[in-house]
Ligand binder design. Sequence first.
Ligand code: ADE
Ligand code: ZN
Length: 327
Amino acid sequence: MLSDEDLIALPKADLHVHLVGSAAPHTVVGLAARHPGAGVPTDLRQLADFYAFRDFAHFLRVYTAVSALVRTPQDIEALVLGLGADLSEQGVVYAEVTVTPVTHTVAGIHPAELAEALGAGARAVRAGTGVELAWVYDISSSDGPAGAQSTLDAALRHPPPGLVGFGLGGPEQGVRRSDYRDVFAAARAAGLHSVPHAGETTGPGEVWAAVRDLGAERIGHGIAAAHDPLLLEHLIEHNIALEICPSSNVATGAVPSLAEHPLPGLLSSGVPVVLASDDPPMFGTSLLQEYQRARDTLHLSSRDLIDLAAAGIRSGFSTGNLPAVGK
Ligand code: ADE
Ligand code: ZN
């Protein structure tokens, strides 16, 4: 069985981690203290309670409150540096980090400043730790097609170095993925990879829509695919990986318990899967802990864990220097 040390030593990639959702608790309480009245606790114990989510909608409200604390390019750069240090400690060599430009524009950070702060942060992380960071610009569906258009404008006019993907997050219920078809087509035409969330809290129909309407090349979560053999076949045939974040799914109530998570079944179906962390401190996890929980609670074999790590490295979109693991 792989020890914790073995899991740390395994070169890993996190292909689904949100920048704001990666903020360490001490960073969040520090930001909250600078912005009293924003509704986010300034004390670590209260923050832990604040992160006890009743359901997915409650999680999104909390996420929005924390996002609103990020007000300056310096805040962005601090988040990147914190994430880089956390990843490095866990043996994560590469991450594709989701950033939601509309959230930061509304808070007063211009897209050009955002891109500069991300670039400066990534350079410092690379120099200090060797961890390589790339970016996914995503739309929250709560910002609608107008938000999608301004996200595309930010991506095209002010791309940070290492921008590789275009995503769609936020609420899923009642959101027609086809409303975002044109903006995803334009993003793909500009060379960005399509990586929408889908099938996290809804059914396989949304995953089909992500594939057909948005040209998805990887799917954020996509756990609903477990119920649709034809969809699994399609994902296998087109090599579309699911970014599986088990602790996230339990914390938001998408899955009743870790022991009931569909990851083992998805692996045996042969569908491409990568293991990811989503919003790790908010969900009381880290990428390393996802590997540990997959080993201890889901009883994945050493072979499965090694294959998952290799799939993570292989499924990234960066053209930069990555270790040859699993290539
Ligand atoms: N934004 C941050 N985390 C998210 C998640 N798990 N699903 C949808 N949108 C998100
Ligand atoms: Zn996510």
